[in-house]
Design a protein around this ligand. Structure first.
Ligand SMILES: CC(C)(COP(=O)(O)OP(=O)(O)OC[C@H]1O[C@@H](n2cnc3c(N)ncnc32)[C@H](O)[C@@H]1OP(=O)(O)O)[C@@H](O)C(=O)NCCC(=O)NCCS
Length: 143
């Protein structure tokens, strides 16, 4: 493989991206990942989410946004045949760089508790695991 290309994710990528995510263990997909919701996310956060490609083949994805205070990263995934080539690091670093450009000084992400490789990756590229925070969720749609 020559150098992969990283470009902004567009809603037109949705069907390829959702298929890719569905085939990637380690990601937590939910009703937040419908085409409509991803469209809203990309519109609210232009220029922050990316795909990695080589010769039109989807090799990696990352979703990134912010709420005006903090950045959030979701769904970093790299094709299993193309891991350990720096694609994940490049995607994450691109998001961090773009968040910095828009004035966001810190970002967070969620890792499934059993995703040891994901944790090793994030630690390796300089993200700090928090021991002082627990995640609480509330299902609003069931009210
Ligand atoms: C985690 C993931 C995105 C890493 O992507 P990647 O392109 O392989 O990562 P990189 O090549 O940029 O790796 C950067 C460094 O992280 C470390 N690393 C990455 N994957 C690792 C693994 N499986 N085991 C140990 N170290 C690993 C290495 O130190 C690596 O550098 P090196 O190859 O020079 O030693 C990829 O494994 C993946 O898609 N996993 C499934 C989905 C997932 O878990 N995503 C994270 C959700 S939070």
């Amino acid at each position: 493989m020559d150098r992969f290309l990283i470009r902004e994710m567009k809603l037109a990528d949705y069907s390829a991206v959702i298929n890719f995510w569905r085939q990637t263990p380690g990601l937590a997909l939910s009703d937040a990942d419908t085409e409509e919701n991803i469209g809203v996310f990309l519109t609210r956060n232009p220029g922050l989410s990316f795909v990695a490609e080589f010769a039109d083949q989807l090799l990696g994805t990352i979703l990134c946004g912010h709420d005006g205070r903090r950045g959030f990263i979701y769904h970093l995934a790299v094709h299993r045949d193309h891991r350990r080539k720096g694609i994940g690091r490049h995607l994450a670093e691109r998001c961090v760089s773009k968040l910095k450009d828009v004035g966001i000084s810190k970002c967070h992400l969620f890792v499934l508790a059993n995703n040891d490789q994901g944790m090793i990756f994030w630690n390796k590229i300089g993200f700090q695991r928090r021991e002082d925070i627990q995640i609480y969720s509330h299902n609003i749609s069931s009210e």
